[in-house]
Design a binder for this molecule. Sequence first.
Ligand SMILES: [Zn+2]
Length: 403
Amino acid sequence: MPRAFAQDNNGRYLTDGLSESQFIKVFNAVNREQANNRQSAKNTLRPRALKRKSIEDLVKLGKKEDGTAFTADDLKRFDELRKKFRKRTSGSAGITYNELIGSSTEKDRKRASNTSKDGLGIQNAAMIKLERGNVVIARVQASSRSVHQEHRVRIQLLDWAEELEEAEVSEKGYQKAVKNACRGSLKIDCDCGRHQYWFRYMSSVGGYQYGRNLEQAYPKVRNPKLIGTACKHVLKVAQMLQSPIWQRKLAKQMDRQATQVGFTDSGKGSTKTFGERDQKELSKNRSTVITEAQHAKAQAGFERYELRRKAMQKALKGKAGKNLQDSLSKIKRYKQQADKAQQQVRQLKQKLANEKRSALINQIKSNVDFAVNTLGQSRDTVIKGMAKKMNKSVTDIEKLLND
Ligand SMILES: [Zn+2]
C-alpha cells in the first residue's frame, strides 16, 4: 500500500516541519491506523469477559505483570473500579481542569513540566487550530527519548456554547467566558501510547474521551487500579490553555461565533488554523509548567466539588429525599422554561445587534463612497480619518467594509 505521508523505517511519522494543515492530515491518518490496529488486538479484557469471569476467559487474558494468571477476584475488583469510575461524575460528561490536574500522577505532571529527569520530559506545545467551534488542536513535541517526533492533542471545551451565551458582549466578556470554559468540563484525546494503553479506557468509561475511538478493554496490565487522568501531552496543553495569551486568541473566535445567528460549531469563527503569525504571538505563553502549588489548588478544588456532589447524593437518598427530588424536578422544569425564554431574548438581542452592525457598515460604506466619488478624496485618507474618528484601527475599518 502506498504511504500517503513520510514515515521512516520504523513507521515513525516525520511530522517535524510540516505546516499546520499537513500536520492535522497526518494525524487523522494515525487515528485511522490506530483504530484498525485495535480491531486485531489480542488478550484484551472486553466487557463480556469482565462480567462473565469464566475460566476460559481468564486463560485468554494472558499473564499479569508479575507473571501470574488473572483470577476471578481480579476481574471482580476491576469491575467494581469500572463501576465506581463511571459513576464518579454522576453521569455528566467531561473532566474539569481541577480533576484532570488534581488527580493526575506526579510522573505525568513532571514529564509535562519537563522536570522528570528521565529524558521523558516535554518542552513545547503549540495551539494550531480551533475546529467544530470548541475543539482545540495542539501539536506537542515528543520527548527526546520518544520514537515519535510530535503528538496531536485534542481538547474539547464542553462549556464553550453555554459560556458564549452567558458572556457579556465585549472583548473582556468573551475572554472571561473562554477562561471559564478552559477550566470547565473537557474532553481529551492524544495519539500517544500512554493515552492509548493507560488512560483511554478511563476517559471512555468516564465520559471524557474526545472523538470516536472509545476503548472498551480494561487496562488490566498497564493501569489495573485506574490511576491518573491523562498523559503528559494532554496535561501540558490543558495547563497552557489556562494562559491569557491562548485564551485571548480563542476569545476572538468566540466573539466571531457570537456575531452569527446560526450554530457555534459551524460557520463563522468555528474553524481557525493558527498560522505562522499567530504562532509568534501564541509562543509567548509562559504557562508551560504545572507547579506543585497549582496541583495542590486543583486537587483541593476537585475535592471540594466531590464533597458537594456526595452530600447532594446522600440528601437525595434520605427521608426528605423524595420531597427534595420533587422540588428539584420542579426547579428543573422552571429552569428549562426560563432558559427557553432567555434564549428567545438572546436571539432577539443578537438580531438587533446584527441589524445595528449592518446599519453601521452601510453608513461607513456610503460615507466612503461620498468622500471618494463626490468629494474626490483618496480612499486611504478617508479610511484613515474615519478610523481616527471612530477610535478604531484602519484594519478594523477595512474589515467592516469587506463584510
Ligand atoms: Zn499523549
